[in-house]
Design a protein around this ligand. Structure first.
Ligand code: FAD
Length: 677
């Protein structure tokens, strides 16, 4: 990896000598979105840039995947008509997504996709050069493509190679703990960042590093660390607290995706893992008693097996797919077994589902015609799920083998896991946040609405980082602040940070487990109240508990040594992140919001998901005319540390004139890339 080669000065404060690097843009994170921002900025001629990352090779893009990890782009092959306007409409059809952002993600999808192709990501094409597509969830066309189970890792590898080739400096093992800002209100802007160099934490005095930057690109990924049950890779924690503390506005924080995943090795169980129709069973951890619990609620094997099959391409939990024995009933039943009954749930690929004496045993004749035809066309009408999987998708078995799990010999433990946040920080059409010069990109940017087509997260990450780079290169490419001025602006903020670090380290009675316990408390609370099931009374209590912890956290966080400081700051960050997310959920419920997207809000006046499940599971969906369906919820921490909530109208998809001569004139006159009015 390219070492940092930026000139370094020093700031003396509180008895410490702190390195200060000055540059135009600091890119925080090294996932697919952050790396693309670095590559694009460099390509557009901005040379004073660097990447600072907690872990080169860490994060979701580099470590997550599924049986066929999807990249969504405009159709580029075949005779199915497509258009950028149609794609924008489909991207925003799930609700609560701004139309101009959807249009930009559609318009720039081909450019971003071909950029990855040129960098060497092996997206498959035919002999004529057609990048053929397939249909993914919430996709009416065939816009999806894939480079296999590890598409996003292949993207990261290609972008990493390009960062190296361009000799872009990388500060690895640098955990950013604070964004440095100047000004108030609409004039507030980011002027730099403070990080801990985690290679140097043996000595607390050597670890703090400052960046004097004109711009910050925030590519820190999703808020994985707030959940106990998650399929985000362990290396992804998230750093939303950084930006909330700086006053950045979050939007659609209520909207995340939850679905079935294995937990020992965190991996999405979508696509062929379900299409081969494995056996679901649960085990009592006390006495080892096994039970095929789906048979308690599905009335016949035909509907049970078809629902499992459909889960393959209806992967995220969706309350609209629960009734009439839909595929999302399975998520509810798995949740009930694991969370409410405390049993362990497994997928068994060695045996077909059995009826357990109540229903007929599995047979292909009982499948829906669509499911049966799919298996037949795949040459997979074979006796066991594992034989079918071996025929349809051998890499899906290999990936588990590589992680010490042999699907031919053992069942796979699963749970309903948090996977992706559709919401995040608000950005304008150039991905700049309300804090000027701060550009959240990738999953940190909440550009999606309630639902999104599968694969559009990776597209949004590439498009958003391209847009941020375009804007910075044209309008914010200035030299960094003189060091003297920078020091004057940020000294009080830096002194505060040093004071906080010292408080974490002081005192005799240090509780060595405190960080662990704080994280566990946060994660238990979020997975219990703020994930797939959101009971209004529990959410109210959770908000109070989250703020109670926030008020106490600085006084109880004591660490043994400077080596534990990064974890202390992570706890602080997660604590604020959780409080803000729960505030958003509470606000949504108080405005009468019901089940939608990927979560269920129990409603005594609603319908039971299926007979026999119990009144406590009754739920209902929002009417199209409901207040919450017309607006987007924005949440932020204001300068008095109070939470401000605002419901803003959804901006429509812009109608552009598309007249070549006028666009050309604007382009020649440099009127295209400009600040928002
Ligand atoms: C199992 C799974 C399957 C998925 N499948 C799909 C799919 O098929 N299609 C799709 O479009 N999307 C999918 N997603 C979502 C998609 O993979 C992610 O949204 C995307 O990869 C996020 O990329 P990113 O660059 O924003 O962040 P990440 O790749 O998560 O990178 C974040 C980076 O920030 C760094 N970082 C964080 N905090 C700090 C800090 N304070 N200081 C310094 N560095 C920091 C991390 O170390 C990391 O390098 C899936 C997600 C999961 C979990």
């Amino acid at each position: 990896m390219e070492k940092n080669i930026l000139p370094c000065r020093h700031l003396w404060t509180c008895g410490q000598r702190i390195p200060v690097y000055s540059l135009n843009t600091l890119i925080i994170g090294s996932g697919a979105a952050a790396l693309n921002a670095a590559v694009r900025l460099h390509a557009f001629g901005v040379r004073e840039i660097a990447v600072a990352t907690a872990c080169w090779g860490g994060g979701t893009s580099a470590n997550a995947g599924s049986d066929k990890q999807t990249y969504y782009k405009i159709s580029l092959a075949g005779d199915l008509a497509d258009s950028t306007c149609q794609m924008a409409a489909d991207l925003s059809a799930g609700g609560s997504m701004h139309g101009d952002i959807a249009l930009i993600e559609a318009l720039n999808s081909a450019r971003s996709f071909y950029h990855l192709v040129e960098l060497g990501v092996p997206f498959p094409h035919d002999r004529y050069g057609a990048y053929v597509g397939y249909k993914t969830d919430h996709d009416p066309r065939q816009r999806a493509t894939s480079a296999g189970p590890l598409t996003s890792r292949l993207m990261v590898e290609a972008l990493q190679a390009e960062v190296r080739r361009r000799k872009i400096p990388v500060f690895d093992r640098h955990e950013v703990i604070s964004l440095l800002t100047n000004g108030r209100g609409r004039k507030k802007r980011v002027v730099g960042a403070a990080a801990i160099d985690t290679k140097k934490t043996r000595s607390s005095k050597a670890a703090l590093v400052l960046f004097n930057a004109v711009n910050i690109v925030l590519g820190t990924g999703g808020p994985a660390g707030i959940y106990k049950t998650a399929v985000y890779p362990e290396s992804q924690v998230g750093s939303h607290g950084l930006a909330f503390a700086a006053g950045a506005i979050g939007q659609n924080l209520t909207e995340s995706q939850y679905g079935l995943a294995s937990i020992k090795f965190r991996w999405n169980l979508s696509g062929s893992y379900q299409q081969v129709i494995p056996r679901y069973f649960s085990v009592d951890p006390e006495n080892g008693e096994e039970h095929e619990f789906l048979t308690d609620f599905f009335p016949d094997m035909s509907r049970l097996a078809t629902a499992v099959f459909l889960k393959g391409y209806q992967w995220p939990f969706d309350p609209e797919k629960v009734l009439n024995y839909g595929s999302s009933l399975i998520d509810i039943l798995v949740y009930r077994e694991t969370v409410l009954k405390g049993r362990k749930v497994f997928l068994d690929f060695r045996r077909n589902p059995s009826g357990g004496g109540k229903l007929a045993d599995f047979s292909f004749d009982l499948l829906s015609p669509e499911a049966r035809a799919y298996l037949e066309n795949s040459g997979a009408l074979l006796p066991t799920p594992i034989a079918r999987l071996a025929r349809m998708n051998p890499p899906a078995i290999a990936i588990y083998r590589d992680h010490g799990i042999d699907l031919t010999r053992e069942p796979l433990e699963i749970a309903v896991c948090a996977q992706h946040n559709n919401g995040g920080f608000k950005g304008n059409i150039w991905w700049e946040s309300n804090i000027r010069h701060l550009f959240p990109v990738g999953e940190a940017n909440g550009s999606h609405g309630v639902r999104r087509p599968g694969g559009s997260a990776l597209n949004a990450g590439q498009v958003g980082s391209l847009r941020a780079a375009q804007f910075i290169s044209r309008r914010y490419a200035d030299r960094p602040e003189k060091i003297k001025n920078f020091v004057r602006l940020v000294r009080p903020q830096v002194d505060d940070l040093i004071g906080r670090m010292r408080r974490f380290l002081e005192g005799e009675d240090r509780d060595t487990q405190i960080c662990h316990r704080i994280r566990a408390e946060i994660q238990e609370r979020m997975s219990a109240c703020g994930a797939i099931v959101r009971r209004p009374a529990e959410v109210e209590a959770a908000v109070r508990a989250a703020w109670k912890l926030w008020r106490r956290i600085e006084s109880i966080l004591k660490v043994r040594s400077a080596e534990d400081l990064p974890e202390a700051f992570r706890c602080l960050d997660l604590c604020l992140t959780q409080a803000m997310y729960l505030e958003a959920i509470q606000e949504y419920l108080r405005k009468g919001g019901k089940s939608r997207g990927s979560y269920l809000v129990p409603d005594p006046r609603g319908q039971e998901p299926c007979p026999g499940l119990g009144r406590e599971w009754r739920f209902s969906l929002n009417k199209k005319t409901a207040f919450v369906e017309q607006k987007i919820l924005e949440v932020r921490l204001n300068e008095n540390d109070q939470v401000e909530k605002r419901w803003v109208p959804v901006r429509p998809i812009p109608q552009t004139s598309g007249w070549f001569e006028s666009v050309w004139e604007d382009y020649r006159e440099d009127r295209i890339v400009r600040e928002e009015e």
